[in-house]
Design a protein. Structure first.
Length: 328
């Protein structure tokens, strides 16, 4: 893809954070950098990468000639790890092991060429292990690069100034934004348009009754939350309630308030999270497991005392219909 070449060329000589639209090639971009630094003359660590990503990248590079495959460090002895560090190349190291070796000065930090950070949206707090590693690296190495990549752009929408926090804990100043509607990306994707075939299974009558009851309980809880907090949630639609992270949006609104949040308001937010989970489980679970989950909520004495939604008249419909699905 041409746009990946451009993103790569813009990032190759600088440190920074790249936020890509979902599905446009964050892993491919990371693979390009790993391929570039897979030589003994470099020493590059990859942080915050999942095992699945590691396997995919190693498998992809294994088909190429004259490419030194990344090394993985997990539970080797300290002498074995030092040997791998000194041999150079790209290294997948668990954050805990890497942090320990940095603190014990087993890694010659002046020889580290840089650090690649995958799933960079998760580096949002100073106490995260990866953030501490980056701090140690930057304090002792002022010239090495830090290149961070993520395609979870929606994760930056809900928290106030999250991009600023993430960049601060990544110790980078440059930001690249590449959404799916960017001209070059759109042109590349439009060349090979996908044919989408949607298959849907209709809900049963019982499931529709449960869904309607849950949505009504959510609305009742939102009305009560609005009265207690003073915030207006009337702009939330049915689609927001069913398919979007509406509880995250509510949390974000309340966090931005300078007024302290009472315990009752916090409990109402917890109730909304439970109800959202119920909606999702209604589609994912079979009738037996869904009913078991409902019973686990009702059997919890603490829940009976704090979850006011359990005492709503509409809530009884949820339990009655769920029971009928199993025992009728």
């Amino acid at each position: 893809m041409e746009y990946l070449k451009q993103i790569f060329s813009e990032m190759v000589d600088e440190s920074g954070l790249a936020i890509l639209g979902a599905g446009i090639g964050a892993n491919d971009l990371l693979s390009r950098f790993i391929r570039l630094y897979s030589e003994p003359s470099y020493l590059v660590f990859v942080l915050n990468i999942s095992t699945t990503q590691q396997d995919l990248i190693i498998e992809e590079l294994s088909f190429e000639k004259n490419v030194q495959l990344p090394k993985t460090i997990t539970d080797e002895t300290s002498s074995q790890r030092i040997s791998k560090y000194l041999s150079g190349g790209v290294i997948f190291a668990s954050s805990q092991v890497l942090l320990m070796d940095l603190l014990c000065k087993r890694i010659p930090q002046h020889l580290i060429s840089g650090i690649l950070v995958s799933n960079a949206h998760k580096i949002s707090e100073p106490y995260i292990t990866e953030s501490f590693i980056l701090r140690l690296f930057r304090q002792s190495n002022k010239t090495g690069f830090i290149k961070a990549i993520t395609e979870n752009s929606s994760n930056f929408m809900w928290d106030f100034c999250k991009i600023d926090r993430v960049m601060r804990y990544l110790f980078v100043k440059k930001l690249w934004l590449w959404p799916r509607f960017e001209k070059k990306i759109k042109e590349s994707l439009d060349i090979h348009k996908l044919e989408v075939i949607e298959l849907s299974i209709p809900l049963t009558d019982s499931m529709e009754s449960i869904q309607t009851a849950i949505v009504q309980v959510v609305r009742d809880c939102l009305a009560e939350l609005q009265n207690r907090s003073g915030f207006d949630f009337s702009n939330l639609t049915m689609d927001d309630i069913l398919y979007k992270s509406f509880d995250v949006s509510i949390k974000s609104q309340l966090k931005s308030s300078i007024v302290s949040i009472s315990q009752s308001v916090q409990q109402m937010i917890s109730n909304l999270e439970t109800l959202r989970k119920l909606i999702n489980l209604l589609y994912r679970y079979d009738c037996v497991n869904f009913y078991r989950f409902l019973e686990s909520i009702r059997s919890n004495q603490a829940a009976l005392n704090t979850n006011s939604w359990l005492w709503l008249e509409t809530a009884s419909i949820i339990f009655e219909e769920a029971k009928a699905r199993v025992f009728k």
